[in-house]
Design a binder for this molecule. Structure first.
Ligand SMILES: C[S@@+](CC[C@H](N)C(=O)[O-])C[C@H]1O[C@@H](n2cnc3c(N)ncnc32)[C@H](O)[C@@H]1O
Length: 237
């Protein structure tokens, strides 16, 4: 079950506004250029920001996500993308040149089994020699220590002012749990969402990729978040 943050219709509807300008995404379009990828699979596509950017470049794009409410928003943005409800374990062979996971989707897989099953599912969807590119937060940056920030309020078109409060609820490494609470100021309703993310180190991620039949080609920086993320570039062998 995806978190309410993505699956609750009222929260999915405010995601893009709180997520800001998405300075993280152009780097992934550049990687798709670099790899000459024409057929791209966006796993955990959410509200579809990257999938839409990729479709605008003329690529064939498939976006998959288990959160129907986020997918509904994505569908309304761009009919050129093939939007699929599900996750990587439900994918058939898709002959994709490239699979991507942005927005730290890789951290939602809490157990080794779920992560391994996801990597296997992605490999099924890729063509032989296809690439997998994804980011995951570096544990040594300890991002969660910055998450207890003061509440933020944003004006969401069609919805009005919404306040977001962030609270780290448990740090039990490699797992970090947090609650995000949204207050819709127009009607006073309050909707919380609880999440847990797993922080994996570079060697652990590299080993998990090798175990599932990928070759790690590179581990890069996210240009908009230097020293905070590992960006893995792997190839299905
Ligand atoms: C932080 S959002 C990132 C969304 C999008 N990739 C982006 O960059 O805007 C995390 C996404 O992972 C999705 N997700 C949760 N569990 C998943 C799973 N098992 N497989 C694939 N995606 C999943 C959520 O529904 C959500 O859309």
């Amino acid at each position: 079950m995806p978190d309410a943050l993505f699956a609750h219709p009222r929260l999915a509807a405010v995601y893009d506004v709180f997520d800001g300008d998405r300075a993280d995404l152009p780097a992934y379009v550049r990687i798709a250029d670099e790899l000459a990828a024409r057929r791209v699979l966006d796993i955990g596509c959410g509200t579809g920001c990257l999938a839409v950017l990729l479709a605008e470049t003329g690529r064939t794009v498939i976006g998959v996500d288990p959160a129907e409410a986020s997918l509904d928003l994505a569908r309304a943005k761009d009919p050129r993308v093939e939007w699929r409800h599900g996750d990587a374990t439900t994918l058939p062979p898709l002959d994709a040149d490239l699979a991507v996971m942005t927005g730290n989707v890789a951290q939602v897989f809490l157990t080794d089994e779920d992560w391994a099953a996801t990597l296997r599912g992605i490999r099924t969807a890729l063509r032989p020699g296809g690439h997998l590119v994804f980011e995951t937060r570096r544990p040594d940056y300890r991002a969660w220590e910055t998450w207890n920030a003061p509440p933020r309020t944003r004006e969401v078109p069609g919805i009005g002012e919404v306040e977001e409060r962030f609270e780290v609820t448990e740090v039990r490494l490699p797992l970090v749990s947090f609650r995000v609470t949204y207050t819709f100021l127009a009607d006073g309703s309050v909707v919380p969402s609880d999440s847990t993310l797993r922080f994996r180190g570079q060697d652990e991620v590299a080993a998990s990729l090798r175990e599932q039949g990928y070759r790690v080609l590179d581990v890069r920086q996210a240009p908009d978040r230097p020293d905070r993320e590992f960006v893995f570039l792997a190839r299905a062998e």
